[in-house]
Design a protein around this ligand. Sequence first.
Ligand SMILES: [Zn+2]
Length: 130
Amino acid sequence: MLEDIEAAVKAREFKGERLSVAERNRLIKRALARVFGRENVRVRGSRGTAYGWVKITVRRPKPHEGECDWTCERCERVRRETENRVWDILSRTRLINYLYTYYTDMGEPRKECTVVVDLRGTDRFRALEG
Ligand SMILES: [Zn+2]
């Protein structure tokens, strides 16, 4: 499902080239859109020449009816699974190599990429996107 995106990244690397920031952002969007649906994925990244921070927002259906503050166990599970899925997609397509790494105070490496899972309603997501 994502092999062509991985192949495109590899082809560029084989030529000794790096993806531009715009290409990286576009391929991240394309890969995630294929899994979660185009209308459910937003990718906001630096538009300059440096890779910089990327903010990924993925909208998923709320896993249950009724009220909760989106921090209940079932909502948290969907959020965690979705985050893991996003990182897995970034790894498999090699796009993770186009995210900068920084180190926490504890010396642990982290990628300059925020993944937000939005379990809220459609209307709100559209409003955010506008
Ligand atoms: Zn909930």
